[in-house]
Design a protein around this ligand. Sequence first.
Ligand code: FMN
Length: 355
Amino acid sequence: MDFLYEKLLRPLLFKCNPEAIHDQTISALRLLEAIPFATRLLERINLRPPGSKPVRLFGLDFPNRVGLAAGYDKHAQAWPAMAALGFGHAEIGTITLHGQDGNPRPRVFRHPPAEAIVNRYGFPNPGADVVARRLAQAPGKGVRSIPLGINIGKSKVTPLENAAKDYTGSFRLLADYADFVVVNISSPNTQNLRDLQGRALLDNLLGSLRDTARDHAAKPGAKPVPILLKIAPDLTFPQLDDVLESVCAHGLDGIIATNTTISRPPGLEHLESPGGLSGRPLLEKSLSFVRYIARSTQGRLPIIGSGGICDVEAAARFMDEGASLVQLYTGMIYRGPWFPAKVARALAWHHRDFP
Ligand SMILES: Cc1cc2nc3c(=O)[nH]c(=O)nc-3n(C[C@H](O)[C@H](O)[C@H](O)COP(=O)(O)O)c2cc1C
């Protein structure tokens, strides 16, 4: 299967514009979703590695350890089909309170020799209210095949000093549909967004979100929604210490390490800028963040590892460094649609997820 994709299909796909191909794969996945027999069969084959038990984290059951990273399903259109590919959870978004078009095209670039991608999308999405209405029509919490994470970010039109209001507005609209919420303060493509990783702004943001989440959980029939923070790999370790203190002080449920990097490793200095680099060149940096977080929190803060998983060994290294789950995006573009299921099976063995 890998051979078929890498030698036959991928060269054809890579001749076309990356964003156009992305949109077509979303359409193909929606088509798949419209054939329940096929999705159910594929889920049976791909979702639960034979004999393994689900992974319990933040009060949720994950059928396996690999999830779809944010940025693939920005419009909340194709996530239910991700279970058929073998993803044990899917994170949609980034969603902002106000709908927006994102940056001008072209805004996504492939770099096959490095198995990398640079993107500067800038959060194109229809806005939290439209996504909430879309999710109201989809399978709800508790009846989905996989947990759904909703990644929220700051709208471009909202000034940084009003960021907390913007995030809490999205949280209020989306919390009823999210199995967990991810707070994105780490994308490089929204001006000043990553300043929110500074201590004062972060404390204010996380405090506001925690209060909003508490109010939401107090509503009749509502359950607490776990909140995770997604961080950039361009922080220094002292800056990361500050972030971790704030995350723990506000009782967040976990951390996603990491988003894309604005740095360009040796040999890749020529890649497009501005933009966030993902894929293989990000791996060592993301791993070093997971290692650092696991050590400094003594394993008490759940970590989802993300960045540069382009083979099963990379995924296993994230687990060895202390991650509980992993996410991938770029690896699927280079390895093909069977890659998530392959990683899920490998991690179940690696982690002995058996009764
Ligand atoms: C084209 C593209 C768009 C992305 N968009 C988002 C986004 O909207 N929000 C976000 O939190 N991360 C976004 N990411 C980052 C991924 O979720 C992931 O954290 C990062 O790419 C590292 O994983 P990977 O090397 O497996 O791709 C995007 C990544 C790519 C490649």
